[in-house]
Ligand binder design. Sequence first.
Ligand SMILES: C[S@@+](CC[C@H](N)C(=O)[O-])C[C@H]1O[C@@H](n2cnc3c(N)ncnc32)[C@H](O)[C@@H]1O
Length: 260
Amino acid sequence: MCIRDVMCVLVVMAFGVAGCASDDAPPQAAASSTVDSARQADSTAGSAAAQPASPGVGIAPKGQPKTGTAAGSASASAPAQSPAAPTASSATEPVERPKRPDVIFVPTPDEVVAKMLELARVTSKDVVYDLGCGDGRIVVAAAKLGCLAYGFDVDPQRIKESKENVAKNGVGNRATIEQKDIFTLDLSKADVVTLYLLPSLNVKLIPQLEKLKPGSRIVSHDFDMQGVTPDKVEEVDGQIGAGHTVYLWTAPLKKEAQTE
Ligand SMILES: C[S@@+](CC[C@H](N)C(=O)[O-])C[C@H]1O[C@@H](n2cnc3c(N)ncnc32)[C@H](O)[C@@H]1O
């Protein structure tokens, strides 16, 4: 069992605890020993991800120490479960619950960020979208290459951290952070889309990714997109010895033939 698999189990356990406070059933995921079985675990949890009000699920990072900014903080920053006490008007009006993350925050290591931007051949002419931007590290790195970079996340804590990161690095003129559900985004203006989500979430994004301009690039940290053939798959050595995989696809997507 690799570090990614161990993290997968720990993160799912953490969400199981958080889920007890919720009226939603927590996702269940199985321990896995290969990337394929990680996808299997994801697909079990993925049915929960398809329902907007269900708790987010954990990814299994390779080579990452377990810190407060990863698995731990996701449940801490999850929106409250109980709506405010009803008032005269709220008793009759439907209460819209904030969208909860479909996957927790786990940062992509800097060397993997660099490989993602390199594989996507990002230049200053590009518009880069990071879907689920976390602390904004990919947005900041892309903006430092001179392009326009946009980061989207549903977690208010991540939005705050991303905005602070953008300000700290002085790239506010090229980087924009927005609190939005990535599954509602129009991606047609992006030249490059970066992902570190889950295999099932990559697949769920296919209808939006199919609207990318021809020649646009998609790069994903660690997770493939079942049914779509990547142009390149590269391995990156992590700082503490664990490997990371980066996938590259180019629009229009090369869909694999469906097998019966
Ligand atoms: C694994 S982290 C990746 C962060 C960053 N892209 C990176 O690679 O360092 C995934 C992020 O996606 C966000 N997220 C999950 N579901 C989302 C959704 N439906 N819309 C927007 N953001 C979402 C989480 O809050 C989290 O910050």
